[in-house]
Design a protein around this ligand. Structure first.
Ligand code: PEP
Ligand code: MN
Length: 378
């Protein structure tokens, strides 16, 4: 059961204490308060966990400062939306706001290979005024004989160049708990010229120890990629591990799912799940068109499939796009076949902005005719 207090309630602690006192009457019920800082409001929730079946909602509904009491059946209670009127829980990190009202292109190298390529990539981003990038140092590869990433060795120059080019956030996968420490150490040694969003990749979507590790630290936000071979519900439960360990700064990323039914794309593009994830959770939703499509093929209208699915995800409400670029895809050591070239950066940014504007205009026109959402939360 979740007891939601009025937004920005002045005496939240007193309200929480009163709820905790009332809950003491019911054995086997644990009380945990959580505070969520949304774009417009700060909301406190009190979660009752355990034997809550017999706990009556009206006792809490009648208490001063309580806005709403929701019985929660979903296990992903912290990331869950639970009510259609709940705000998405966005966050600010290193001067960048991540929520569902913004759009970020997180464009960069799937795998760092040379300093020169990092420099070229970041210089191109800086020219376009883009402050978010992706840079893979630790690569989870299907074959042990494939390039595994440069690891900690590349971190000093990745962070140094990021600072020099005004990059605020570098999305970077950690495939092991030790990588979190290595990234933290390297960032400190570089003098924190940029920020890092830790990525948990699809292969680690249910690596619960890694999820707990990235959840325990509060330094970096986390980009969680759905599991490619498990149900969405399982990915949502796994993602909850991050929040349950204390880190609420999470973005949920769709990246396609593994099935031959998606062929000729690398994965079956799952961006029709953007509204599903937005309904089920309060997290900003990212799409990864590069790993979904997996190749640079051009549709008869002249646009790469990667552009098309990017548009589909944005029109469905995604607020972040993780996308592979490379200055020389033919020289890339990982996923060169799906990398866009630097001359595609401005066209993609324009295309994404156009799609975002179309989404906002069309969605607000629809709401103006039909009213605000009132439907079930799941
Ligand atoms: C990646 O983003 O580099 C990556 C490996 O993605 P995924 O985990 O979705 O395969
Ligand atoms: Mn890749």
């Amino acid at each position: 059961m979740i007891i939601i207090l009025e937004p920005d309630l002045p005496d939240q602690d007193a309200a929480v204490a009163a709820i905790a006192a009332a809950a003491e009457r019911y054995p086997g019920v644990r009380v945990t308060p959580y505070r969520f800082a949304g774009a417009r409001h700060t909301i406190t929730e009190v979660h009752l966990v355990g034997s809550t079946a017999e706990v009556p909602a009206d006792v809490f509904e009648a208490m001063p400062g309580v806005r709403l009491v929701v019985r929660v059946s979903a296990k992903y209670r912290l990331i869950g939306r639970h009510h259609p009127t709940h705000e998405t829980v966005g966050f600010d990190y290193n001067g960048v706001r991540f929520d569902d009202g913004s759009l970020h292109l997180v464009a960069g190298l799937c795998a760092v290979d040379t300093r020169e390529h990092v420099d070229l990539m970041m210089a191109a981003l800086a020219r376009e005024g883009i402050v978010t990038t992706r840079m893979g140092a630790y690569k989870p590869r299907t074959s042990p004989y494939d390039f595994q990433g440069l690891g900690a060795a590349c971190l000093p120059y990745v962070f140094e160049l990021a600072g020099r080019h005004g990059i605020r956030v570098v999305a970077m996968e950690a495939t092991d708990a030790a990588h979190v420490d290595e990234i933290q150490r390297a960032l400190d040694e570089a003098g924190r010229p940029t920020g890092v969003m830790l990525q948990v990749g699809t292969r680690n979507a249910q690596n619960f120890e890694l999820l707990k590790r990235v959840g325990r630290q509060r330094d970096f936000p986390v980009l969680y990629k759905r599991g490619m071979g498990i149900g969405l519900e399982e990915s949502l439960n796994a993602c909850e591990y991050i929040a349950s360990e204390g880190n609420p700064r999470i973005v949920f990323c769709l990246r396609g799912v593994k099935t031959h039914l998606g062929e000729p794309h690398r994965n079956l593009v799952d961006f029709s799940h953007v509204p599903v994830v937005r309904r089920q959770t309060r997290l900003p939703v990212c799409i990864d068109p590069s790993h979904s499509v997996g190749k640079l093929v051009i549709a008869p209208d002249g646009l790469p499939d990667i552009f098309h699915v990017t548009g589909q995800g944005i029109v469905a409400g995604a607020s972040m796009v993780l996308v592979d670029f490379h200055p020389h895809p033919e020289r890339a050591l990982c996923d060169g076949a799906q990398a866009l070239t630097l001359d595609q950066l401005r066209p993609l940014a324009d295309y994404a902005a156009t799609m975002r504007a179309a989404y906002e205009t069309a969605a607000s026109a629809y709401r103006a005719r039909r009213g605000a959402p009132t439907g079930p939360a799941s």
